[in-house]
Structures are given as structure tokens and as C-alpha cells.
Design a protein around this ligand. Structure first.
Ligand code: MV4
Length: 449
């Protein structure tokens, strides 16, 4: 086993990783910015190093300082969490160059999956269902030919994208040129890579993703699916659940099989997530995330597996030690994200000093958070403060439990997404489990008139 892990992150996920280390009997080293000096992950880790001032490029992306902290403290591995350096292949290489095990897949896989057109091509080769479409489009003329063949409406996507940046829906031929130039310019500005590709637009799909674990000896398992269709207009997830409601058994089985097939094909190792669009019996591969994800706890609750511990064990060269037949999901789990955001004002991020903070407890409730009464919320970072996870035998019970828990949640001093989550849980669409990626944008549009 690795003996000491540098946790290259902050907030709830840094704390989550420190907890996994402690339970494995492994040392943990936190890093922090000057704005996070008083943060929980700093207190709870065995050791902690300041790596720079508040702004992200000067601290949590400061690779020389992070590598130095790992080396002077005698770490043999780095866990990147999510965000920051988690999907930076160059960082994974630099870790290896310094004798530090990067807890994630090989750098080449990170690079391949980071380029969305490449990822799609690789998955299609593996036999995974992908959306009808093209590879990179070199000109408007080629885009026009492709769109005529695919049939409108089509979607232009940035290959360096993900998260919706550089994406354009094109309903009619006369809109194609504008959309192509717009998508290219936006992608160039956002990613310094203006290359785009085209897909058939899937109307009103759901976002279903499959969790996988693969060891470094070729064993691959899936840990079922999550429905992450409840997203803000900015494409950020707000509520996730495991398993997905209203999925046909045929679609569910295909999703699971394709995820495992894909991992075997690329020689994947460590934890990963394959994102799909789902519509009726149809499923289409979208992207693969080569990191632990924010919403991993819902899968942990349903499968009784600690995914972060598994990541560390896998990176240590251990065998999974179980097969698909050993894995049986039980019950239902829902996660609500408590963000420091004003849901009545376009989810504007909130910063400042917190007053009283009270989180729920009791049967079937898990809270993953780093905040406490009197803590500061710095302006530099992601606005997620906490994840409330409700687990129960059935979906209806999990919903009731989540509603109960959110009514026990108090975060004084900033506006949060707690009430927004309660409103969603109360809707007929959520309760019957028939919702798609347009659900929250439609709900918000109704509210403002
Ligand atoms: C799509 C799509 C419909 N058809 N692709 C959005 C972000 C990027 N990761 C992929 N996205 C989409 N790709 C085809 N062919 C609709 C979306 C999409 C979406 C997907 C998942 C979750 C929320 C979304 C919100 C808007 C659009």
C-alpha cells in the first residue's frame, strides 16, 4: 500500500480523502491556500502545508509548490480529488517524474478522454453506442454537408469542451454558419482550441452516468448508474440519485455492459464515470470523467463500497478482490448539493462569514461537508458547501427522508440552494421520477414569469 498521501484539493472532497486515508491507516498531508488556513481538512489531516494565496492559480493549481509539499513531507502518492488538477495529464506525468503515484488512470487515458471527439471515436471503436455525428469539422462547408446528411436539428460541440461551453444547437440550415463561427470562437476563447464536431440533437434526454472501478491488472466492475438530470441552466448538477428512476431494464443493462466494455477496451484503471444521454431504450455515450465525482456518495450508499478507499487501494497495485457477481445494489440514495448561491438571483455565488451552521442527522442521512458555525466562505472557490445524502430502502422513502433532512438544515449568513432543492423534491415531475435535463431550467423559467 502507499504509505502517505498528499491531498491536492480543498473543501469537502479534501476532507473525504483524509477520512479514507485514516481508515486505511495511511498518512495524509493537506495543502491549503492562505484563505483556507482555518479549514476543516487542514485540521483533520496529519500535516498541512500552505501552497500560496487565495486565488486558485497561485495555490491549488501551483504545481511546483504542491509537488514540493509532497516531497518534503515524504508522501508517495497524490490524490487530486475533483476539479483543479484532477484531469490534468501533464500533472499526472509530473507526479510520476517525481516518484509520486498519481491516484487516477494513466496520463494517456486522461488526455484521450479530455478530448471529446477522441473519446467518442475510441468508445465507438470499443462498440459503445454513440450519438450519430462527425469527427472534427475543418470548415463551415464540411459542417453543412454533415448537417444535411445527419438531418436537422444538430448540435455543434467543442472537442476541448464538456459542461456546455462552445456548444450550439442548430435548428435550420440558414443558422449553421453563424453557429459554427460562434461555437469555434467560444471554444477558442475558453480552451485555446477552437475545434468543433457535430452530433444529432437528442431531444429531452436524461443524463445517466455509470460508475466504474478498474484495477491495474485488468479487472473491471461497474457500480450501477446515477441519474444526474437535475442541472442548473449552467449545466451544474444540483440533485443526483442512484439508481436512475424510470429507466427500462434493457437500457440499464446496456449502460452497465457498455461501461465495462469501454474500460476493458482502453485498459482503464482506477475510478471513472461514463456519461450517457438516455431517451427511451436509446443510450448514447457522451463523455468519460477520469476522476472521482462530486456525486460519488450516492453510489457508495447503494453498493456499500468506499470508492475513495478503492481508488487508493487500486493505485497501490492491489487487486479489486471481487467480481461483478459480488456486487449487489441495495436501496436508493439521493444527494442534494447545498451551495452558497442565491437561487432567486441566477444562482449568484455568495461569500462571507457564516453564522450558525446546523446539519441534519438521524437514520439514513450522510453529510459530506467542511463547513461549521463561524467558518468563512472565501470568494475564490466553487460555491458548494455541503452534500446532504439520504439513503433508504425505496425511492419514496429516500425522498421523504431528504425532505425531512433539508428542513433540519440551517446555514446562516449566506443564501443557499437548500430551499431550491426542497422545491424540486416537492414537484410531481421529481416525485414520479419522470424528468429530463430540461426539468430545472423549465421550473426556473416558470417561476420568473
Ligand atoms: C447533447 C445534448 C443533446 N444531444 N448532445 C451538455 C454538456 C455536454 N457535456 C453535453 N451536453 C449535451 N449534449 C446531443 N447529441 C444535450 C446536452 C445537454 C445536457 C446534457 C447533460 C446534462 C444537461 C444538459 C443540459 C443541456 C444540454
Amino acid at each position: 500500500m502507499v504509505r502517505k498521501v498528499l491531498v491536492a484539493n480543498r473543501g469537502e472532497i479534501a476532507l473525504r480523502i483524509v477520512r479514507a486515508c485514516r481508515e486505511l491507516g495511511i498518512g495524509s498531508v493537506a495543502i491549503f491556500s492562505e484563505a483556507d488556513r482555518e479549514s476543516t481538512h487542514v485540521r483533520v489531516a496529519d500535516e498541512a502545508f500552505c501552497v500560496g494565496p487565495g486565488p486558485v492559480p497561485r495555490s491549488y493549481l501551483n504545481v511546483p509548490n504542491i509537488i514540493s509539499a509532497a516531497l518534503v513531507s515524504g508522501c508517495d502518492a497524490i490524490h487530486p480529488g475533483y476539479g483543479f488538477l484532477a484531469e490534468n495529464a501533464r500533472f499526472a506525468e509530473i507526479c510520476a517524474d517525481h516518484g509520486l503515484k498519481f491516484i487516477g488512470p494513466r496520463p494517456e487515458i486522461i488526455t484521450a478522454m479530455g478530448d471529446k471527439a477522441t473519446a467518442k471515436r475510441v468508445m465507438a471503436e470499443a462498440g459503445v453506442a454513440t450519438t450519430p455525428g462527425t469527427d472534427i469539422l475543418a470548415s463551415v462547408e464540411l459542417a453543412r454537408e454533415a448537417a444535411d446528411k445527419i438531418g436537422y436539428p444538430v448540435l455543434l460541440k467543442a472537442t476541448a469542451g464538456g459542461g456546455g461551453k462552445g456548444m450550439r444547437v442548430v435548428e435550420r440550415p440558414e443558422d449553421l454558419e453563424r453557429a459554427f463561427l460562434g461555437a469555434t470562437a467560444e471554444a477558442e476563447a475558453s480552451f485555446k482550441d477552437g475545434r468543433v464536431y457535430m452530433e444529432k440533437l437528442i431531444r429531452d434526454p436524461r443524463h445517466i452516468e455509470v460508475q466504474v472501478l478498474a484495477d491495474e491488472h485488468g479487472e473491471v466492475v461497474h457500480l450501477g448508474e446515477r441519474d444526474c438530470s437535475i442541472q442548473k441552466p449552467s449545466h451544474q448538477k444540483l440533485i443526483e440519485e442512484a439508481g436512475a428512476p424510470n429507466l427500462t431494464e434493457r437500457a440499464r443493462t446496456r449502460l452497465h455492459e457498455m461501461a465495462v466494455l469501454a474500460c476493458r477496451h482502453v485498459g482503464y484503471s482506477n475510478a471513472g464515470t461514463l456519461e450517457f444521454l438516455s431517451s427511451g431504450d436509446d443510450v448514447f455515450f457522451m463523455e468519460m470523467n477520469t476522476r472521482i465525482q462530486v456525486e460519488h456518495p450516492v453510489t457508495e450508499m447503494v453498493y456499500g463500497i468506499d470508492l475513495v478507499k478503492e481508488q487508493i487501494r487500486i493505485a497501490s497495485g492491489e487487486h479489486l478482490g471481487y467480481t461483478q457477481a459480488d456486487l449487489e445494489p441495495r436501496g436508493h440514495a439521493i444527494e442534494c448539493r447545498i451551495n452558497a448561491e442565491d437561487a432567486r438571483n441566477n444562482f449568484a455565488p455568495q461569500a462571507g462569514k457564516l453564522g450558525t451552521v446546523l446539519f441534519p442527522g438521524g437514520p439514513g442521512i450522510r453529510i459530506d461537508t467542511h463547513i461549521f458555525s463561524g467558518a468563512s466562505v472565501p470568494p475564490y472557490y466553487d460555491s458548494m458547501l455541503a452534500k446532504v445524502i439520504a439513503f433508504a430502502n425505496t425511492r419514496d422513502q429516500a425522498i421523504a427522508r431528504m425532505e425531512r433532512a433539508l428542513r433540519e438544515t440551517f446555514v446562516d449568513g449566506v443564501a443557499t440552494t437548500t430551499e431550491m432543492c426542497l422545491e424540486i423534491l416537492g414537484t410531481e415531475g421529481f416525485r414520479n421520477g419522470i424528468y429530463d435535463i430540461g426539468f430545472l431550467p423549465r421550473l426556473l423559467a416558470q417561476r420568473v414569469g
